[in-house]
Design a protein around this ligand. Structure first.
Ligand SMILES: NC(=O)C1=CN([C@@H]2O[C@H](COP(=O)(O)OP(=O)(O)OC[C@H]3O[C@@H](n4cnc5c(N)ncnc54)[C@H](OP(=O)(O)O)[C@@H]3O)[C@@H](O)[C@H]2O)C=CC1
Ligand SMILES: CCCCCCCCCCCCCCCC(=O)[C@@H](N)CO
Length: 335
């Protein structure tokens, strides 16, 4: 009897939350006719995002360094254009985003002159150099910050004033699950992805009154050219720990990021591990639905307990790999 009453109260509570949710949820935006600028749009997750935006009627600017790769991506993405009135265009900009800011700014403003003010900026350009801390050259730490963090600062700095003036806009930062927890082999990479979170939280507080909303995406391992490259130099420990969260397709990751961006959700996470991680590490992040806040409050303690088991599992992986290496080395010496 009491069990049923408790269940009924719980269900009513959930329904009330759903009804109240729109009060704090950001307004949805329409991808149709929107100008979506995607940094890193010539490959992997960025390219998948571009294809899906175009399929939903957006005009797209792709930004990356390699001109040839950009042209090839543009040709592929153009196949998905849904309007034949020449209004829905795909254009490319070739620039090193982490380089000279004045150049980045003027190229981005040119892109806006031809396709209109950017409605959605997706900061996806990035790379990873895995390796043990003391084996990574110090220059890699600077490189990670420049490509993964400064690139996003540059693009956002150039496009935000226009968004504030127009009173609307979305900005996405593609971080990583390695931007929610630090893990073996990702000391340089994780730090640069954590930096995006500080930036996103501070910026969201500034720009909410201008109707500009941020989305911070935390993909797990995703099968892309960048991932294949990274696999070549990844320590075994990093591979084994990352595998816990599975391997996603770029299309799947892109569709989750795009849906969360349209809804204006601050966190975009994927898979069960991803959702647990976001609840556990929500900290002082902005709330974009009451449902989300309730989930966080209710589950945090439980997820912390679960995380202790994961931590123990990861420690065991690290210990086992070290032992295996030492045994192999001593066998080699004997021969
Ligand atoms: N794949 C994965 O497992 C995961 C990836 N991520 C993140 O998602 C994002 C995309 O990853 P993924 O699709 O795998 O990457 P890819 O390596 O496949 O693509 C990276 C893109 O970024 C561009 N880029 C890199 N550096 C610069 C630069 N300095 N200026 C301009 N453009 C640049 C590249 O083009 P070009 O080289 O021509 O400049 C390319 O278009 C990255 O930020 C990554 O850290 C997060 C979690 C998991
Ligand atoms: C309640 C607790 C839940 C805990 C779940 C823990 C799962 C940890 C897995 C971390 C995976 C990190 C992948 C990074 C991928 C990446 O960014 C690179 N591939 C970039 O190229």
């Amino acid at each position: 009897m009491w069990g049923w009453i408790a269940l009924a109260v719980f269900i009513v509570f959930i329904i009330v939350l759903y009804l109240l949710s729109p009060l704090i949820s950001p307004p949805q935006i329409n991808l149709k006719d929107a100008h979506v600028l995607i940094t890193g749009g010539s490959s992997g997750i960025g390219k998948a995002l571009a294809i899906q935006a175009v399929q939903q009627g957006s005009k797209v600017t792709l930004l990356a360094r390699d001109k040839l790769k950009l042209e090839e991506a543009k040709k592929e993405i153009q196949k998905y254009v849904i309007e034949d009135d020449c209004e829905q265009r795909v254009q490319t900009v070739s620039v090193d985003l982490s380089g000279d800011y004045q150049l980045v700014e003027s190229l981005l403003h040119n892109a806006e002159s031809s396709l209109g003010g950017v409605d959605i900026l997706i900061n996806c350009a990035g790379t990873s150099s895995p390796g043990r801390f003391d084996e990574l050259p110090v220059s890699e730490f600077r490189k990670m910050m420049e490509i993964n963090y400064i690139s996003a600062v540059h693009a956002t700095r150039a496009l935000l004033p226009g968004m504030k003036e127009r009173g609307r806009g979305r900005i996405v930062f593609v971080s990583s699950q390695a931007g929610q927890l630090g893990l073996f082999g990702f000391s340089a990479y994780s730090a640069s992805k954590f930096a995006l979170r500080g930036l996103a939280e501070a910026l969201q507080m500034e720009v909410k009154p201008y109707n500009v909303y941020l989305t911070l995406a935390f993909p797990a391992d995703t099968n892309t050219p960048g991932f294949q490259e990274e696999q070549k130099s990844k320590p075994l420990e990093t591979k084994l720990i990352s595998e816990t969260s599975g391997l996603f397709s770029a299309e799947n990751v892109a569709s989750i990021i795009l849906a969360d961006t349209v809804r204006g959700r601050f966190f975009s996470s994927m898979g069960l591990d991803g959702i647990m991680l976001s609840c556990l590490t929500c900290g002082f992040s902005p709330v974009t639905s009451l449902m989300e806040a309730t989930q966080q409050v209710v589950t945090m303690g439980i997820f912390r307990i679960i995380s202790l088991f994961y931590l123990d599992h990861f420690d065991r992986i690290v210990r086992r790999c070290k032992l295996d290496r030492e045994t192999r080395n001593s066998e080699k010496k004997k021969i």
